[in-house]
Design a protein around this ligand. Structure first.
Ligand code: PAF
Length: 288
């Protein structure tokens, strides 16, 4: 069984002992409801680090007032079991008051890359993510922290944050993990009924459509975006929040695919909002 740590002082002690023994630390921050995507992050961490710490903390500050904080799946026993099977060394599982004591009041805000995509639909989301990840990184002090490409904007935000604030941690992005039918693994997939889950396959289908267009040499990002929108709109249960293409990793506006570009989509199926993405190059798709 992994060592379960609930308090910050003890977490620091465990990490300090590992460091004293000359070990490197890999860190996988999560909100629990662990799935194969998280386990892939753990495997990547285990490949390159001696000790792997997983945090399980449903961070209230990254949910807006009408979002799914209360409904977010809480599966502690299964999560712990998954960590055990994956060979995780330490699970950091702080109480909300441990992370946000009564007199707490400091935020980390990352500018420019947070005002688009999910940042537009979820205005306080990235402030909450940047703040909690800063706190977690300061507590665990890993050599490397691992995040999934499914939340590509989150990776962009966190890479910018550690660079801008001179934080000595490497942010590693790990490719998206999908079910066999193409649906990207997500803790929120459990909200979908079978009809919605079937409809949600259009996300991957639309990304593949974009991939095809790129491979056939289409350089115009507007045309690719329109084709993706048409594909998603062909499914009546799908309600688009956004379909956007930006340069990657800067997230700047682009017209032509003459550099790496992020095609990112957010679509609602019933009340469940799913995101997915792929990284496009002219005549070539990589990742996702
Ligand atoms: O990606 C997530 O699960 C969360 O945003 C993170 C990074 C664990 C911060 O709460």
């Amino acid at each position: 069984m992994p060592k379960v740590v609930e308090c910050i002082t003890e977490m620091r002690k465990v990490v300090a002992e590992a460091r004293l023994a000359g070990k490197t630390i890999g860190f996988v921050p999560t909100m629990g409801a662990l799935h194969e995507g998280h386990m892939t992050l753990v495997r990547e961490a285990k490949k390159v680090c001696d000790v792997v710490v997983v945090s399980i903390f449903i961070n209230p500050t990254q949910f807006g007032p009408n979002e799914d904080f209360d409904a977010y799946p809480r599966t502690w026993a299964e999560d712990l079991n998954a960590c055990r099977s994956a060979g995780v060394d330490v699970v950091f599982h702080p109480h909300v008051h441990e992370m946000y004591p009564d007199n707490w009041g400091t935020w980390v805000t990352v500018e420019d890359v947070t005002d688009k995509l999910c940042g537009k639909s979820r205005p306080i989301h990235f402030r909450g993510v940047a703040t909690v990840v800063t706190k977690l990184l300061n507590i665990v002090q890993p050599d490397k922290a691992f995040f999934g490409q499914k939340d590509a904007q989150q990776v962009v935000v966190l890479k910018k944050m550690v660079r801008d604030l001179n934080m000595p941690y490497e942010i590693v992005m790990v490719p998206i993990v999908r079910d066999v039918d193409g649906l990207a693994k997500s803790s929120r997939n459990v909200y979908l009924n079978s009809e919605q889950r079937q409809a949600a396959l259009v996300l991957y289908k639309s990304l593949c459509k974009a991939q095809e267009l790129c491979r056939s040499g289409e350089p115009d990002s507007r045309k690719i975006r329109e084709a993706v929108i048409a594909c998603i709109e062909s499914v009546s249960l799908a309600k688009i929040d956004y379909v956007e293409i930006y340069s990657f990793p800067d997230l700047a506006d682009i017209d032509t695919l003459d550099q790496d570009a992020l095609l990112a989509v957010a679509v609602k199926f019933g009340t469940t909002r799913l995101i997915d993405n792929t990284i496009l190059k002219s005549n070539h798709i990589c990742g996702g």
